[in-house]
Design a protein around this ligand. Sequence first.
Ligand SMILES: Cc1cc2nc3c(=O)[nH]c(=O)nc-3n(C[C@H](O)[C@H](O)[C@H](O)COP(=O)(O)OP(=O)(O)OC[C@H]3O[C@@H](n4cnc5c(N)ncnc54)[C@H](O)[C@@H]3O)c2cc1C
Length: 419
Amino acid sequence: MPSEETEVVVVGAGQAGVAMSEHLGAHGIPHVVLERHRIAERWRSERWDSLVANGPAWHDRFPGLEFTDVHPDAFASKEQVADYFVAYAEKIGAPVRCGVEVTKVRKHAGRPGFRVETSDGAIDARFVVAATGPFQRPVIPPVVPAGAGPVQIHSSAYRNPGQLPEGAVLVVGAGSSGVQIADELRRSGRQVFLSVGPHDRPPRQYRGRDFCWWLGVLGLWDLDTPPQGAAHVTIAVSGARGGHTVDFRALAAGGIELVGMTTAYEDGVLRFASDLAENIALGDEKYLDLLRAADAYVERNGLDLPEEPEAHVLGPDPACVTEPRRALDLAGAGVTSIVWATGFAADYGWLDVAAFDANGRPDQRRGVSAEPGVYFVGLPWLSRRGSSFIWGAWHDAKYIADHITTRRGYLAYGTEDRG
Ligand SMILES: Cc1cc2nc3c(=O)[nH]c(=O)nc-3n(C[C@H](O)[C@H](O)[C@H](O)COP(=O)(O)OP(=O)(O)OC[C@H]3O[C@@H](n4cnc5c(N)ncnc54)[C@H](O)[C@@H]3O)c2cc1C
């Protein structure tokens, strides 16, 4: 029998878990945050060496603390982001226990609450918040067999160009991770192929303002459901080298060969879909949509922001887009590594409660799950487009703490001494 009891167990001490702790603390709700490694571990050990935040420091932070070591318009390095969350947890006195893994959560039979089993004993809790992140298990599509020749790694295992064997590299996936890794590899002198799927690529800056600001004033961070067909559309942005717009024409001009979606492999040859031009055009259209919406906003509000007509001029498609390669003989092209920047899946094997839909996805609204007392925070589109980003998780955690407070009020009814 566990000797320990608390009101809320928060699982995971990334940004979502730290935010959750702040709001629970503000409500005076007893809780612990259990983290199997260290605070903000993924920023320390599951990202490449040169990664910086995708948003500027004034934006990619919690409301209660500014970065002290990064200019507000600059991009924090991954270590600075991790240090920020450690400092934040200290500042709010978050009751984080590092090195404690949650192995199982089950509902109590015949009484309220949950049994939380951990690598350090069991805890009974009335509420459980899963803050284990949107990006838990790296996904590599089963296209190229393990013994096919090239070294194959996921973007979460990529660190720097020196880690890969000599030779050309294929990077699969052109979201923020794929484009940044491909760019870094090319700049290190590698021959690089980049497999590009559907994507969104907002301008880094337009008319003197960062895209994070534009998404804010245009209300686009607050979209509450993905735009049609956008559920799987990745966003390609970069804070690298001071921040720049992800521009596939510039990547091609720098020597990266763009190819379509990677579809199949046989006898040493990879095949690519015929969708490259379409994917580039879709990204261009979304980019131009944002410029047009920004222009309309400037006009409507009479803002004095410098015009930037050149941003609307995209230039011709490069040859690799107009006459795309559909097949690549890996050995023939000297490809010795494949970096799969193909995203992540969820892993809630430890959460043994009725909080999932028929497809195994969290069954929740704004983080409140189908299993009363169980919550999710930090997931994409939990309440809005911004939900998996640093500031978005903070606001969602606030809502969840409010919800827990309300529930505690009902549960307390009739138990207090009413004189
Ligand atoms: C490459 C990359 C770059 C990104 N850049 C930005 C950016 O610049 N700006 C931005 O706003 N967002 C960015 N994001 C998105 C998001 O901010 C990060 O993914 C962030 O790490 C998510 O925070 P989280 O707290 O939800 O989850 P995580 O950071 O994944 O934290 C979850 C924690 O839970 C722990 N855990 C998991 N299972 C258990 C268990 N069973 N028991 C105990 N502990 C457990 C893990 O060790 C981990 O520390 C980026 C994402 C990626 C992949």
